[in-house]
Each structure stands twice: as C-alpha cells, then as structure tokens.
Design a protein around this ligand. Sequence first.
Ligand SMILES: [Zn+2]
Length: 133
Amino acid sequence: MLELVFPHLVTVLVERVVVESSVLRIAASTKDGTAAACPGCGTSSRRVHSRYGRRIADAPVAARPVLIELSVRRLFCDNSGCARVTFAEQVEGLTSRYGRRTPCSGSSELSVSSWPLAPWSGWVWCWASRSAG
Ligand SMILES: [Zn+2]
C-alpha cells in the first residue's frame, strides 16, 4: 500500500507518517544491505560508516507543507585510489547532493483539493511526470 501512496518513497522504508496541524511529517530511512555508488569513482559499496538525518521539503499536500525526515547512510568507498574515504548515499528522485527540496517540489501545478480522499495525487502526478521526462 505504501508503494501506491508514496510512489517516490519506494526505495526507502517509511517508518511513520504524522499529520500535524501545519505540516505532514514523514519519517523514513534508506534500506540496509543495498549498494550505493561512490560519487567520486563509481565504485558501489554497502559498507556502512554511519547514519545521519536529512530533512527534505516536498511538494505541499492539501496546502500542508510536507517534511521528509530521512535517515541516510554514509558509506565507505572501498576503492583505495579514490580520494573519498566515505560518501553519503543518494536516493533517486528524493535527494540530491546539496538539495533540501525534492526535484518536483517547485512545480506550481501540484494542487490537491480533496483531503483526505486523494491526499497523495499531487505526488503521483509529480512522480509520473518525472518518469515520463
Ligand atoms: Zn570512491
């Protein structure tokens, strides 16, 4: 079910969703055991150095700002010739290296009028448009 309502969160584990009066808060973490590529040399690694939290603003849903609190891994790069000892993993479609907003959150076409009947349709639209592009 989560894959349907959180189409761009399928690669992470959604731990809880909290609807507060002014914000929709989603706690999620990346999955252990999956490999991520070092941005410096492309070597894939799944050796975890540590975890840290990132806060990412997503497109508003029903006029509520959406805040994703995402726990991501810092991984070791096992390439001894690479200048990076560790690197932070990225989540496709959700994080970018310096981004604080997801790639589609700037769109002005995201609007959802019926809460709570279709609170996620803005996200679905967003994800579909990214896939098409
Ligand atoms: Zn590397």
